[in-house]
Design a protein around this ligand. Structure first.
Ligand code: PLP
Length: 711
């Protein structure tokens, strides 16, 4: 474990009795244990909000007096001891999933590479679904005690913060992160030296410093190029996530893939399985080959040696979303590299040659597929789409024979579950339910919970979320100097839909506005009103996506819609967490089959929030007619307008005839038993099957262990 050199950090001195608050701040275990976060929050709730739930920053800024009070408060100390005991037990237990299932595999090592990691709102090194998935993956790998390390970038300016101007146009703000405020420490070699790796870019060597973030039992190694002696441009290379042009991108991917392997070597880590989460890191296989060629193998022999140990997950059913670099660019960046692989220019370019209208490109997905053995899409439907997309790499095979399987995504239960529901599950599912997260039979016990009990919690969660949304809205209008037309926005007891996701056009955020008059009638039905909360960012270069935001924003100001529809700025993990636990229905209406999996709806169902969704991504596997609703038909369209129109009609009809009537039905206790049936069924069917526990068990059984143990 990394020893912390605190001498360089200026902390408020912590009383000895509670000094482990500092140690805890440097292990992201706190990020999925609300009771650990409470140890900080209780000391100074306002400061906790001001530092955006970041314990390291909190410890640097808290006033000494507050510490003194806490350290003599017996109720506080009791909680402190309980949390520290739980933390120690977690870190030291040998009774873990991995030890039970693979008692003789301790010497194995799985390395997981991803361009982004979404772990907590205070660490903005993620943009959306891919990052959240990686973050959840690392947390669950820790919970299950996999021999696992993760590799990525620390982006000192992160992904952008979203601001919306008065016309509804999105603009981006970047804030520079202060490393002293982050729970990252310099990664150290076995003999205690800091790690800097170098890779060649055209005409220069670039250096990256390696940081370590401890995520429970798992280390996450993050590279940063903002160091001496890089030139100013190279120092900016890892500044922002997905910023810059294609040259910037290929440079980042070279540092991630090639630099990442070199970082692990310097750290003395020798993985037996390598997982590329999306194609961004696929250059790592070239580096593994280069190592073997340097030892005297031919490139072909090297590939044969490496391939049984590599795992690749594709996430992108849209061709334009897959990175592919033009050949002249590849030449510029790799002219000195292919001789080190012992192959010619042609042989090198052929590894991942993809023919396109404008000429051949080097496709990262093709590279990853060609040099891996274990490959998957992220839902059954996406697996099928991916087999079609990459069929050309397997001449002579039919689509069904293409060797790309699927492992459907899941979510890290503890990170997304409302604390109020966690208490309920503690009581309803049995004491050790968190060790059996993927146990379908166990989750069926949720049906024994009295309707009124669950109903009351769901009411409370909605009220909390409405409060949160109002506060966010108020803050925004305070800084913009323009109050909303209707205040307060939203109502406490109205059926609330949530729609929060990236504003990519295929996600069709504006679908429900196809027929404005019908929508207004639905939302303002006096007996069965509905309100909707929107949130989401468009990629900084995606103007069509920004126009969708603007449309939603402007529509939310219209008479008949204002007060009932709001757009929340800055969708991030904190906003996501509030929404998935607080709304009543999670809406998703992408243009089928463009949603690879989608995970926000999985977070919602685990909180008893049913999905109202197109049968795309994960939803066809989950939907059973009783745990939510399916919009539209399970079919493909040639005509997009026709598809949009039909899907919108289906959405309206479901809201009018199914969703609102079920919600507003009330028995003598003021409870909708029909609604509770749907909520419980959503929990019972989705929580186990779409848990990160089930997902990692699949990866481990199907990929990691076969890859690691082959010789
Ligand atoms: C879960 C999550 C996502 C991904 O959700 P999708 O359903 O895949 O769109 C994106 N952003 C945040 C902040 C999330 O929490």
């Amino acid at each position: 474990m990394t020893r912390l050199d605190t001498s360089q950090l200026l902390f408020t001195p912590i009383p000895e009795r509670i000094e482990r608050l500092q140690e805890l701040a440097y292990n992201l275990w706190w990020s999925w244990h609300p009771e650990a976060q409470n140890l900080y929050r209780q000391i100074d709730p306002e400061l906790w909000e001001l530092v955006y739930h970041n314990p390291v920053k909190f410890l640097r800024e808290v006033r000494q007096q507050r510490f003194a009070e806490a350290s003599t408060n017996s109720a506080y100390l009791e909680q402190y001891d309980a949390v520290m005991n739980a933390f120690d037990a977690y870190m030291h237990t040998k009774d873990t999933w991995f030890n039970q299932h693979y008692p003789h595999a301790q010497e194995q090592q799985i390395a997981y590479f991803s361009a982004e990691f979404g772990l907590h709102e205070s660490l903005p090194i993620y943009s959306g679904g891919l990052g959240i998935l990686s973050g959840d993956h690392v947390k669950e790998a820790s919970d299950m005690d996999l021999p696992f390390v993760a590799v990525g970038f620390i982006y000192p300016q992160g992904y952008f913060r979203q601001r919306i101007d008065q016309s509804g146009w999105q603009f981006a703000e970047y804030h520079k992160m202060n490393f002293a405020d982050v729970s990252a420490t310099p990664a150290l070699t076995p003999d205690g030296h800091e790690v800097v790796v170098d890779v060649e870019l055209p005409g220069r060597t670039i250096y990256a410093k390696v940081y370590r973030i401890q995520v429970g039992r798992v280390p996450l190694f993050l590279m940063d190029t903002d160091i001496h002696p890089n030139n100013p441009q190279d120092r900016e290379l890892s500044a922002r996530l997905y910023g810059g042009d294609q040259e910037m991108r290929i440079s980042q991917e070279i540092v991630l893939g090639i630099g990442g392997v070199r970082a692990l070597r310097k750290l003395g880590i020798h993985p037996t399985a390598w997982h590329m989460n999306e194609g961004h890191s696929a250059f790592l296989v070239l580096e593994l080959a280069r190592e073997l060629v340097a030892q005297g193998m031919s490139f072909k022999e090297a590939v044969e040696q490496i391939k049984p140990h590599t795992v690749f997950t594709t996430h992108t059913p849209v061709p334009a979303g897959n990175d592919a670099f033009p050949f002249p660019m590849m030449e510029k960046f790799f002219v000195k590299y292919w001789p080190q692989l012992g192959i010619s220019r042609e042989e090198f370019l052929d590894i991942a040659r993809q023919e396109q209208e404008w000429g051949p490109t080097f496709a990262m997905t093709a590279l990853a597929i060609s040099l891996s053995t274990y490959r998957n899409g992220v839902s059954k439907l996406h697996g099928h789409v991916a087999r079609g997309m990459w069929q050309w790499l397997f001449p002579g095979k039919t689509q069904d024979e293409v060797p790309i399987t699927s492992i459907t995504n899941g979510v890290h239960t503890a990170s997304w579950l409302a604390p109020e529901l966690r208490q309920l599950y503690n009581a309803a599912l049995g004491a050790n339910w968190e060790d059996r997260l993927d146990d379908m039979d166990m989750w069926r016990k949720i049906h024994d919970v009295p309707d009124k009990t669950l109903w009351d919690i769901r009411q409370q969660l909605r009220r909390n979320m409405v409060q949160f949304a109002r506060e966010r809205t108020r803050q925004r209008f305070t800084t913009m100097g323009q109050p909303p037309a209707i205040w307060p926005v939203l109502e406490d007891h109205v059926l609330t839909l949530g729609f929060a996701r990236r504003f990519a056009t295929y996600k069709r955020a504006t679908l429900m506005f196809k027929d404005l008059e019908r929508l207004k009638a639905i939302l303002n039905n006096p007996r069965r009103p509905i309100q909707i909360i929107f949130a989401g960012k468009a990629h900084p270069r995606d103007d069509p996506g920004k126009h969708f935001i603007q449309d939603v924003y402007q529509l939310s100001m219209q008479p008949g819609l204002s007060g009932r529809i709001i757009f929340l700025e800055e969708y991030d993990i904190a906003v996501g967490r509030e929404l998935v636990k607080g709304v009543d229905v999670w809406l998703n209406n992408p243009r089928r089959p463009h949603e690879a999996s989608g995970t926000s709806g999985q977070k919602a169902s685990l909180n008893g929030v049913p999905n109202l969704s197109i049968l795309d991504g994960w939803w066809p596997e989950a939907y059973n007619g009783r745990n939510g609703w399916a919009i539209g038909e399970e079919r493909e369209y040639d005509n997009q307008d026709e598809q949009d129109w039909n899907d919108a009609q289906s959405l309206y009809q479901l809201l009018e005839e199914e969703v609102a009537p079920a919600f507003y039905e009330r028995d003598a206790d003021g409870v909708s038993t029909r609604w509770m049936q749907i909520c419980k069924e959503a929990i019972a069917t989705c929580a186990p099957q779409f848990s990160m526990r089930r997902m990692i068990a699949d990866y481990t059984n199907m990929f990691y262990m076969p890859a690691a143990t082959i010789t």
